[in-house]
Design a binder for this molecule. Structure first.
Ligand code: ATP
Ligand code: MG
Length: 178
């Protein structure tokens, strides 16, 4: 089969309950930066902290930029606060604003969770994806990707848990989990 050349940006979704969604997106950023491209990651509902990627970002600047929108405490998935909503809206507005600089890759980390919790509107996310500059690819991560988003995606991968070391009672491991 003769393959067409993909010159324009594509939409990728990493979803499912298995581990590897955020790190797959980070892997994409690493790959793109190596090719001299620009990648921006906007994180929903996360706090800037001890995760390795927050430290690596400085090593990959300015072609990789990481922006985190969240508060110090974990979000209560069943009862998000008004601050959680506000921060998620800010993250979405910020993500929109980055498109004016047409990055090669825009990663919206955990946005699927923000949508399923009702922190941001699905319609707004779909509109953002559709309004991207022609050459910008967008990666959306997080459990529970809505079907409307999967319909828009060019690549969608479900991480399915087969095993996870937490189930053996292990705690989060440096360099693997954060
Ligand atoms: P990672 O950031 O490691 O790629 P992820 O983005 O696929 O993971 P999230 O749902 O965002 O997964 O959760 C992030 C954190 O939760 C990580 O510390 C990860 O190890 C842990 N985690 C991910 N999947 C599972 C699972 N199936 N069971 C227990 N913990 C998990
Ligand atoms: Mg994740």
């Amino acid at each position: 089969m003769t393959r067409l050349k993909t010159s324009s940006g594509i939409v990728l979704v990493y979803t499912g309950t298995g581990k590897g969604k955020t790190t797959a997106a980070l892997g994409m950023a690493l790959r793109a930066v190596g090719q001299g491209q620009k990648a921006v990651m906007v994180q929903f509902m996360k706090r800037k902290g001890c995760a390795g990627e927050h430290k690596s970002a400085a090593l990959l600047a300015p072609n990789f930029k990481l922006h985190t929108f969240g508060r110090a405490e974990f979000v209560d998935l069943h009862k998000p606060s008004e601050l959680d909503r506000q921060l998620a809206r800010e993250a979405l507005e910020f993500a929109k604003s980055t498109l004016s600089r047409a990055p090669d890759i825009l990663i919206l980390d955990e946005i699927n969770v923000a949508v399923s919790m009702g922190l941001v509107k699905l319609e707004e996310v779909l509109a953002l994806v559709k309004s991207r500059p022609k050459d910008t690819s967008i990666i959306l991560t997080g459990r529970g990707a809505p079907k409307e988003l999967l319909a828009l995606a060019d690549i969608a991968t479900e991480m399915r848990e087969l095993k996870h070391h937490y189930d053996k009672g292990f705690g989060a491991k440096l360099g693997i989990d954060y």
